[in-house]
Design a protein around this ligand. Sequence first.
Ligand code: NAD
Length: 335
Amino acid sequence: SSATAPIKATLFPGDGIGPEIAESVKQVFKVAEVPIEWEEHYVGTEIDPRTQSFLTWESLESVRRNKVGLKGPMATPIGKGHRSLNLTLRKELNLYANVRPCNSLPGYKTRYDDVNLITIRENMEGEYCGLEHQVSVVESLKIITRQASLRVAEYAFHYAKTHGQEKVSAIHKANIMQKTDGLFLKCCREVAEKYREIIYEEVVIDNCCMLLVKNPACFDVLVMPNLYGDIISDLCAGLVGGLDLTPSCNIGEGGICLAEAVHGSAPDIAGKNLANPTALMLSAVSMLRHLELNDRADKIQDAILNTIAEGKYRTADLGGTSSTTDFTKAICDHL
Ligand code: NAD
């Protein structure tokens, strides 16, 4: 592989702890000899009129060109006249699906062992299209389209098939939201017809919450509209330990994959060498799997999991006393 040209990937180190945990990823990739060349982009200090946000046009172009990237947490600048950073990324890159695999980390005890759930969230519409107004009452529109529903359902079934998962569960409230969630379900059913080898079921969101906390093994892949996905994906992350441990990946039009740590920029511990880089590293691993660099992905994932399981080097959020750099070094030693 050393003879082939490296793959270019965009890296947004982000704000707060972002640059520290991005440094960990870069180091681990170097030691694992991953054939990736990072194109680093930071959030700008002023609004770029071409994106109407602090994200520069050049950084978006970098993702469009490379089709693959990794994003650290970004602090949302307060003020008027600009779009939020995450919204800009989502809209400009058409990031239509957010994928979060939640797997138990051996040796890090939570209420359940062997959690293996994948939430796939429609990322562009639903209650999150920002269509709210006040007439005399306050109104908010929920948009569900056939196109977006088919697209995310297709991705969910494709994911299940290519990742050896048996079942796709569509999560909904179509008994109340008959038209919107009804359409979402209809689209899921249509796609399910094409994937006869995958079990398909429909579960009402409230029942889904109860089943998840009672027995997470009830589910494999869960696909759902935006708002439900926002909530359920955090619930699932909680089952395996929290947002500092769960990777995520955004899938966009034209095969774009933007992996992302979903926790925030943690301003309370920024610059103190205390952050846990696990979520960003596992996100980077899912980016490698998207690139079908599975041997490198396995190698890095094993090194992360073994380091955590060993328990000798853990950051403070996991009850340890290690610094970000000590933990990273332990992972590199495992490699
Ligand atoms: P946060 O996730 O930054 O912090 C919540 C708590 O979790 C803090 O105590 C923090 O120290 C801890 N924490 C988070 N990640 C950690 C890690 N990797 N290792 C160890 N501890 C960790 O949430 P917040 O305080 O609500 O938000 C802070 C900033 O982050 C805000 O500007 C917000 O807009 C932004 N934010 C960005 C994203 C994103 O880019 N995806 C997501 C959420 C919040």
